[in-house]
Design a protein around this ligand. Structure first.
Ligand SMILES: C[S@@+](CC[C@H](N)C(=O)[O-])C[C@H]1O[C@@H](n2cnc3c(N)ncnc32)[C@H](O)[C@@H]1O
Length: 344
């Protein structure tokens, strides 16, 4: 494995950006194995991360432009209004590490505030969508000459583990898009505690975007529920099937599946599935396996958990984090939460 040497990077780096590709660190068969496990389960599922390649990232960007997709607009509003205030909470010379940076469109507000406050800044975006990450890092480096960017093409945890102990500066870990909501609520604190916090030191901070519980109608509009008439979101969710066809020799016929989603108010989460429209079989050559789908059978694609204030406080407490400050958009739909890593 490549050893990352980025200590004192801001002092010695000659180029504005670099990339480290750790995408194969978990083994080239991980995609195939995960798909095989998910499709053999009683409740079939495909992990949401497999929606993302260059096409998936591009489709997600188009969704963020939809006027009804309030999470993106609310988070943009918060960062536009409060980025200087957020930067003011940070120790000088803070490095920004972002999980699932995507286009980093919203991150730009924070980068501008950090550059304004501390001059040159180290930015380490971690994303599995490699081509998309590289394209966006190059764009950022042109737009912000004061940035040193280390783009990490990797799963969150692999990328973070590779950075642990390598960055000597104080760190802000940024996780936008309410992606914490993709983890079941009872597992979210454990995920932060066990997989994310080991990369941080006492005094480092975590800035977490968390979508708030609200009326079902607003959520249904944002997520295009119930889903059967929503071509953009349908194409986004079906991208996982197309990737399986392309990369694993699958013979999924996406037109034999319909998107199905709803806000489960009791559980406080959006549930998104692909529903089989008929009895059918799908063969995946890389697995030498055939999977049967009954008419109306569901493949779970992703859940998006929504939080209330009590849930956020519980999350911080259970993860061993101190909630220092929160910011909300003007309609109170969405929150950005600054947590501090306490000394043991
Ligand atoms: C919902 S998009 C959010 C993008 C951006 N942060 C925003 O808020 O607009 C999720 C991003 O995380 C990346 N991603 C999803 N799962 C990942 C994983 N397990 N490891 C690394 N990146 C992941 C995707 O490629 C995508 O860019």
């Amino acid at each position: 494995m490549p050893k990352i040497q980025i200590k004192d990077v801001s002092a010695h780096w000659g180029t504005p950006y670099r990339f480290i590709n750790l995408a194969d660190r978990n083994g080239p068969d991980m995609f195939a194995n995960d798909i095989g496990t998910g499709l053999a389960a009683t409740q079939k599922y495909i992990h949401h991360k497999y929606v993302y390649d260059a096409d998936g990232s591009d489709l997600f960007e188009q969704i963020t432009q939809d006027k009804n997709y309030y999470p993106a607009h609310a988070e943009t509003e918060i960062l536009t209004r409060f980025a200087p205030e957020i930067a003011a909470q940070l120790t000088d010379n803070t490095a920004l590490i972002e999980l699932g940076s995507g286009s980093a469109a919203k991150t730009r507000r924070l980068l501008e505030a950090l550059l304004q406050k501390q001059g040159s800044t180290l930015f380490c975006p971690i994303d599995i969508s490699g081509d998309f990450l590289q394209e966006n890092v190059k764009r950022l480096s042109v737009d912000y000459p004061g940035l040193h960017i280390l783009g990490i093409i990797a799963d969150y945890y692999t990328g973070l583990a590779a950075l642990t102990d390598e960055i000597l500066q104080p760190k802000l870990l940024l996780w936008l898009g309410s992606d914490i909501g993709h983890t079941d609520r009872d597992k979210a604190a454990g995920l932060l505690r066990e997989k994310m916090l080991p990369a941080l030191k006492p005094g480092d901070k975590l800035l977490l975007g968390i979508d708030l519980k609200k009326d079902a109608e607003t959520i249904h509009l944002a997520y295009g529920c119930p889903g059967d008439k929503e071509p953009l979101r349908y194409a986004f969710n079906c991208n996982a099937l197309r990737r399986i066809n392309r990369q694993l020799g699958g013979d999924f016929m996406p037109e034999n599946f319909q998107r199905y989603c709803f806000y489960n108010e009791n559980a406080g989460r959006v549930e998104i599935y692909l529903k089989s429209l008929c009895d059918q079989q799908v063969t995946i050559a890389a697995l030498s396996q055939t999977f049967s789908f009954r008419a109306s059978e569901l493949i779970r694609i992703h859940f998006a958990h929504k939080y209330d204030q009590n849930d956020i406080l519980q999350l911080g407490k259970a993860a061993g984090l101190k909630l220092e400050q929160q910011w909300f958009d003007s309609k109170g739909l969405y929150s950005l939460n600054l947590f501090a890593v306490a000394a043991d």
